[in-house]
Design a protein around this ligand. Sequence first.
Ligand code: PMV
Length: 367
Amino acid sequence: MVASAPGKAILIGEHAVVYGQPALIAAVGLRLTTRLTPASEDSSSTVELHARELGGRVTTDWPEIVDYATQARRRWEHYTRTPGAAGFAEVRGDDPAHLVKVALGEAARFLDEPGGPPLQLHLYSDLPIGAGFGSSAAVAVTVLAAYLTARGRRPSTRDLEALALETERRQHGMPSGVDGAAVIHGGVVWAEREGPGEPLSITPLDLTSPHLSRFRIFDTGTPAQTTGEVVAAVRGRVEADHGTFDPILERMGATARAFRRELAGDRDDPESLMDLIRTYQADLEALGVVPPAVRELIRRVEAAGGVAKISGAGALASPEGGDRPGAGSLLVYQPEPHRLDDLPFLEPFPHYAVPLGAQGYRVETPS
Ligand code: PMV
């Protein structure tokens, strides 16, 4: 059984989506693949996990996986009662196979089974890991979809969304669920909560805008803080000063709605879209999630006729002594994108000219 899934890039809406504003997320055309095959060993409960990202080969078994996922769930429930960076570090732990074990354990729980059949699981990724491309959502979705389909219980979209969100919670604490939605549906999705405390409601959009081919993604380096830490710091700022931050979050929502109209409408007006990206980026800077070195880089893109915004949580500060400013993905828009190829200040950053709006997750059953 093989399942593959794209990565994601947040076009607009990060941070504000946590406060009930909408977000627009695109699936990106780099894929992560999970392949499941029957295990080579005789033991009835052996599970072999193979992936470069897991440090090579990990051998485990179903009792360990189910116990691992149960303990991780308990630690997460405890963490949600008293959220904090230290509590979250305990939820995540340092097992390189954490996410895969949680996904398999949650799948067994969903099937109401105490374990599963012996298997081998291989992960392959074109997606850079830990660079804001949603690789953890892609791991969660492909492992869940491949395993459940192999067990004859291909999940509905709704079940897969819920299981992927549950799995991602052990990786990110309290994610909004936008990554999983983009990875599952593909294309470009609109995510919005219908009310406070409600789950995200996802609308796949049928967009063919020429704007989508004018974005490039640059990797400014892994942030020194996790998404959970950055989200928690923003929450602290908002709660300490609603008078300043509530209007900013409202404007971010309005900018995201206008951005969607630009992408969905008939007119092709790069200037209007660029204005919206500049406005949203200024508000992200006001939230304090764009370190000075990244702001400087964005000003240089603007001076060269483009616009740019961080895509994802950003960072509270650059890593000390790092060679890159470290705010994760940078989404750059330029009406003539080939002009970005000649900008020397962008050269140090890995660059992805990936198609936006790629196909969502896919399961291939061997014929
Ligand atoms: O850093 P990423 O790509 O996982 O995106 C985080 C997006 C936030 O809005 C900051 C948090 C969330 O869960 O929506």
